[in-house]
Structures are given as C-alpha cells and as structure tokens.
Design a protein around this ligand. Structure first.
Ligand code: CA
Length: 275
C-alpha cells in the first residue's frame, strides 16, 4: 500500500516525503481531480483519499509498467528541455557578446567625445580670452579716438552709471584704468574735456581717487599718493566734507572741482588709456 495516514504535513513536506518513499505516487491537483483520464492507471489501484490529512487532494500511485512509461516520457521531455536550454544559453551568449562589443564601442565614443569636449572647452577659453583682449584693444583705441588725449594718456567719459568699484572694474575691462589726473596740466585738460562733454549739464563723474584705506589719505587707483588736489572750495561747502562716510572722489563736470562722495553712489565715470 502507498496510503498515508500520519500527522499533518505541509504540501512541500508531503511531496518530498512521497518522492522519497513512494516514488510511484504523486499528488493530484484538486482542479483535475475526478476529471483526469484513468486509462493509464491499472484498475486495481484506484486513487484513494488522504483521509487523515486533507481530503481535497488525492495522491495516485502507478504500477511499475506505467511508471516506466512516465519515466521514459519524462526523459524525453528533459532531453527536449536540454536542447531548448542549450539553444537559449547560446543565444544569451551571443547577446552578451554583442552587448559587450557595443559597450566597448560606446565607452570608446564617450572617451573620444570627452577628448573633443576638452578641446572645445580649451577653444572657448581661448576665444573668451581673445574676446577680453579684443575688448581691451577696442577700449584703448576708443579711448584715444573718442576721448581726449593729454600727453601720454587719453581720457574717456562713460555715461553709464556705476558705483566706484563698478567703474574701476569697467575701466579694467576696457583695457584702461580709472582716470588719475596727476598734476595741474592733466587736471585742467580733464576738466575742459568733461565740461565740453556734458555741456550745458552739470554731472559728477568718478575719478580714480579714494581715501578708503585711511581717512584723509587720498590714493589713486594704483595706490600712489595724490599730490595735486582740486577740491571744491566755497564758503558754503568746502570739500572734502564727508569724513569716513564719503571716501570716493568725483569731478563736477561744470568746473572740474573734486567732491568726496559715497562710494556706492551710481554715476558716470572716467577711464584713462595709454596713448
Ligand atoms: Ca573720507
């Protein structure tokens, strides 16, 4: 007999147990229970219920002859499966090789693109540098072409409004520096130019002079000391009068006099260029 009447087991345990001790028995799926054709089974071995365990499942036992037939069939299926598996493994291998080649090609392309990108970046840096140099060259040319030449330098007014620091930056970008009238001759030429430029208006324009580092000690933008001054002198308002609050110097366009101002005030500015 192959009938089982022991304590409850899980389905897996039961299947394992059956295979170990009753290899010619198998569990019958409840779906097909009663519908399955019985022609392979000898009549004397009708399926019997598992009374003490779970009566919704049957397990079926086969005669040695039927078992042989089933085993042969299984071997055939395994052989077919083996062929299919080999074919699948072969195709996977081919696929893997193809992917490997593609990945290598992609890595190669990425590497070449990386190189090209590097070259492009270098070129752009060169262009940017050349653009800056060009702007400086244009600035220098404009400084003397549009501005006023005084000895070995040219002054040029820029009408856009900048803070003192902004104006200093702009003058450098134009290839020059903030205007630094160093003596009476330069001061008078500059005053004349600025007056003519803004006539008939009167506007303040930044010069490259400040006492930012030390109150009352006036320095040019190149950190040299100012020795010639053109402060406005008037009984109502004598300059400089801003103390530590006003540390940047602007020229009034009507008479060329100097006034101290808040450095963050926005106004037109003067640059100078080498002639
Ligand atoms: Ca001051």
């Amino acid at each position: 007999s192959c009938c089982w009447g022991g304590p409850p087991m899980t389905m897996e345990e039961l299947e394992y147990w059956l295979q170990m001790f009753y290899p010619h028995c198998f569990l019958q799926d409840p779906e097909t229970q009663g519908k399955q054709a019985r022609e392979d089974l000898p009549e004397e071995q009708e399926p019997s219920p598992v009374s003490d365990f779970d009566n919704t499942y049957n397990y079926i036992c086969m005669s040695a002859q039927t078992q042989q037939k089933y085993t042969l069939h299984t071997v055939q299926i395994i052989a077919e499966l083996s062929d299919i598996t080999s074919e699948a493994i072969h195709r996977l291998n081919v696929g893997h090789y193809t992917l490997d080649v593609k990945v290598t090609q992609l890595l190669d392309r990425v590497s070449r693109l990386d190189g090209t990108l590097g070259e492009v970046e270098e070129t752009m840096q060169q262009i940017s540098l050349l653009t800056k140099e060009n702007r400086k060259e244009i600035g220098r040319l404009e400084g003397c072409q549009k501005g006023r030449r005084v000895g070995y330098k040219c002054y040029l007014v820029y009408r856009t409004y900048e803070t003192y620091a902004g104006a200093a930056q702009k003058c450098l970008e134009w290839g020059g520096r903030m205007a630094m009238p160093r003596d009476r001759k330069e001061q008078e030429a500059l005053a004349d130019y600025v007056k003519a430029f803004f006539h008939p208006g009167n506007w303040p324009v930044w010069l490259g002079i400040n006492d930012l580092r030390s109150e009352g000690l006036y320095l040019f933008e190149d950190n040299t000391r100012v020795t010639y001054f053109q402060w406005r002198k008037h009984f109502l308002s004598s300059q400089p009068d801003g103390g530590k609050r006003e540390n940047c110097v602007a020229m009034a366009s009507d008479d060329g006099d100097w006034w101290d101002n808040y450095c963050d005030r926005n106004m037109s500015y003067l640059c100078e260029f080498d002639a």
